[in-house]
Design a protein around this ligand. Structure first.
Ligand SMILES: Nc1ncnc2c1ncn2[C@@H]1O[C@H](COP(=O)(O)OP(=O)(O)OP(=O)(O)O)[C@@H](O)[C@H]1O
Length: 669
């Protein structure tokens, strides 16, 4: 026997445990043992851990068991020969006359193992014809009797891995929790091999975080190698097996033993629901039941039904593998739901784990067709790639993911329903035990659909209620904002005034009505005298009265009562005013101010009269977009105009006022 794998644990920065799956030189291990052979490619590249993340091919190795006593008794010949570590030779008169020929191109010879991969989730599974040595490879020979230990050289992969693991955990020094679960898939039903009572069928469920998992599966914590070995023996003793022509102790079920390795400290572990395995490293050993030709094994009745179920699930597995090989199909749907086996291996085959497959074959000439079929299977499987990733902690689901998941599940349900209908039609032609078996299976599937739908409905209602909550929260927030705004404006209203309003220096009206409305104040001379440019804050223009008369003519501030004057914030010339020869639109004026404020983000106080009347402006005043761009151009033009008009005004306002006629300095309006 050999040690195909060894495990290494190490503490990660994020305080979880990572498992390294290190493939060791299998050929050496096998030749040490001497009673079996293995072929693989490139054994030298074995111990270096590979990079995490990129696609990693499934590792496939081949094991050829020695001829059994029964085969020798029957006078069968051995037709398989390993030459070196890379080539399997087949000597079969029926196949080809050339004794040195490879079994077929690219099969055993191309069974390779790449540099070791590492991941949290590792799977080792054995497959091959019935009696080819799968169980033996994983668990070694059965104990010869009470208290007679199996020699370490004959121990199976599992026992070797267990002792290596304990060794490493002790050296690691960190507190580590080790747990195990052990189940079998018998006649498409999952049974817990570690259950306290008698094993009963358990449902397989799916969720985003865990993928497929078995509900209510017992996960047992263990602290010593002996305890783990006991769990293994307990499971092995409960597993279904029967005798047939090719194997006296043939396993009638697929068995999955899973070890969960996680950090012990509570704060380093995400919360785990009752019965859920902990998050962390995972190592799964899968002993597939052997494919069998019912005619060759002589199976009848119950045995035949078992064989059919085994073959069917192996077929589903093969189907998934071939789809996974196709890069285009890989992106689309892989029918992992077609059987319990493919569901539970979905993660290993198409997911985030590292997988090692051990193809087991018998060297007997009688088994050659099955051997070749196993080799083809292996050859295909080794081209399947996975992308190793650390499992994520079970965080709260994102609603949008939840919705997508639900849609996917519903789609699957529809498809499965269709299959179920078809099967039901087929089953109607069956009789007796076959009918009973078919009914049992159909009923199981139906039950699963119902449970899954129930779960879907629950998740949907959860999603709905979380949305309602969000909406309510939004509503409450809006109300709070509204209330705050209301209070703020009330505060402003009740603020004490600044005292008696000063008079507007230009029009001599009380300032509140003019200056208290700065954004809309249209008083054109609020800051600068339009004639001499003196700042209004220091209104000291010696010609003030005359300027005002010049600007306003007979409408000068002192010539009529305040009440009769136009409001100071109105544009100097009202729209449509007959007195204004160059009429400007009031809206132009306002528009320009709004725009200027918008562009400069400051209060804009006009420093000159509004625009001369031009073609009607149709562009709307918009915050942004083409309208704003047009207006910005117009504003620029306006500035130009104001500048030139001011320059002109200044040049016409020399310090000797006698050089000027009154009409000359009158602003445009
Ligand atoms: N490497 C080996 N050395 C010696 N004997 C072996 C070896 N491999 C298998 N055998 C023997 O071959 C027989 C069949 O092995 P095993 O039960 O492991 O086959 P299997 O593939 O698991 O069959 P099944 O699919 O029917 O369960 C057993 O008697 C076992 O002891």
């Amino acid at each position: 026997m050999c040690a195909l794998i060894s495990l290494r644990c190490r503490q990660l920065l994020d305080h979880r445990i990572e498992i390294f799956l290190a493939l060791v030189d299998i050929s050496q291990q096998f030749s040490e043992n001497g009673n079996s052979r293995c072929c693989h490619r490139d054994p030298a590249r074995s111990l270096e851990p590979g990079p995490e993340g990129p696609e990693t091919p499934i590792q496939v190795v081949l094991r050829v068991r020695p001829m059994s006593a029964a085969e020798l008794r029957r006078g069968e010949q051995s037709v398989l020969h390993c030459s070196g570590t890379r080539t399997l030779q087949v000597r079969s008169p029926s196949l080809a006359p050339d004794p040195g020929r490879k079994s077929h191109p690219g099969d055993a010879g191309s069974l390779s193992h790449a540099p070791a991969a590492r991941s949290f989730s590792c799977t080792v599974f054995t497959f091959g014809q019935t009696g080819s040595g799968k169980t033996y490879t994983l668990t070694g020979p059965p104990p010869q009797g009470e208290g007679v230990p199996v020699p370490p050289s004959l121990a199976g992969i599992m026992q070797r891995t267990f002792s290596w693991l304990f060794d490493r955990v002790q050296h690691l020094g960190a507190p580590v929790t080790l747990r195990a679960s052990y189940l079998e898939i018998y006649n498409e039903q999952v049974r817990d091999l570690l259950s306290l009572g008698s094993p009963r069928p358990l449902p397989v469920r799916w969720n985003k975080t865990r993928g497929f998992y078995v509900e209510q599966l017992r996960v047992v914590e263990f602290g010593s190698l002996e305890a783990l070995m006991e769990l293994l023996q307990l499971g092995l003793s409960r597993r279904r097996s029967s005798a047939h022509t090719l194997n006296q102790a043939s396993s009638r079920s697929h068995a999955l033993l899973t070890l969960y390795i996680s950090c012990k400290t509570a704060q380093q572990m995400p919360p785990v629901g009752p019965g859920e395995p902990p998050v962390g490293g995972k190592l799964c050993f899968v002993d597939l039941a052997g494919s069998e030709k019912v005619a060759a094994t002589g199976s009848r009745g119950e045995l035949m039904l078992e064989a059919n179920s085994i073959n069917r699930s192996l077929l589903a597995l093969g189907h998934c593998i071939s789809l996974l090989l196709d890069p285009q199909r890989k992106q689309s749907h892989i029918p992992f739901r077609d059987s319990k086996l493919t569901k539970l291996l979905a993660d290993s085959l198409g997911g985030r784990g590292v997988t090692l497959m051990v193809a087991c074959v018998s060297p007997s000439a009688q088994c050659l067709p099955e051997t070749l079929s196993t080799l083809r299977y292996a050859s295909r499987a080794q081209r399947v790639t996975t992308r190793p990733q650390a499992p994520k902690s079970p965080v709260a689901k994102q609603p949008q993911h939840l919705e997508t998941d639900m849609l996917q599940l519903q789609e699957e349900n529809r498809r499965l329903q269709f299959q179920l209908d078809q099967m039901e039609r087929k089953a109607s032609g069956l009789r007796g035990t076959q009918m009973a078996w078919a009914q049992r299976n159909l009923y199981g599937m139906l039950q699963e659909f119902m449970l899954e739908n129930e779960r879907l409905r629950k998740e949907k209602s959860q999603l709905q209620s979380s949305r309602d909550l969000a909406r309510n929260e939004q509503h409450v927030l809006a109300q709070q904002v509204h209330e705050l705004e209301r209070r703020l404006s009330a505060c402003h209203r009740h603020q004490p005034g600044p005292g008696p309003a000063p008079l507007c220096p230009c029009l001599m009206v009380p300032a509140p009505s003019c200056h208290a409305l700065p954004p809309l104040c249209s008083c054109p001379w609020r800051h600068l005298c339009p004639l001499c440019q003196a700042p209004l804050a220091h209104w000291a223009c010696p010609w003030r009265e005359r300027h005002l008369q010049q600007v306003l003519g007979p409408e000068a501030p002192g010539s009529r009562p305040l009440s009769a004057r136009p409001p100071p914030w109105a544009p100097p010339c009202s729209p449509g005013s007959a007195k204004c020869p160059r009429e400007r639109s009031h809206s132009d004026w306002t528009q320009t101010r709004v725009l200027a404020e918008m562009l400069t983000e400051e209060e804009v106080v006009p420093s000159a009269p509004p625009l001369p009347a031009g073609p009607p402006n149709t562009s709307p005043v918009l915050r942004g977009g083409a309208g704003v761009q047009n207006l910005a151009q117009r504003l620029e033009a306006l500035r130009e105009q104001i500048g030139s008009s001011l320059r002109r005004g200044r040049s016409q306002l020399p310090h000797s006022e006698g050089a000027r006629s009154p009409g000359q300095v009158r602003p445009p309006c």
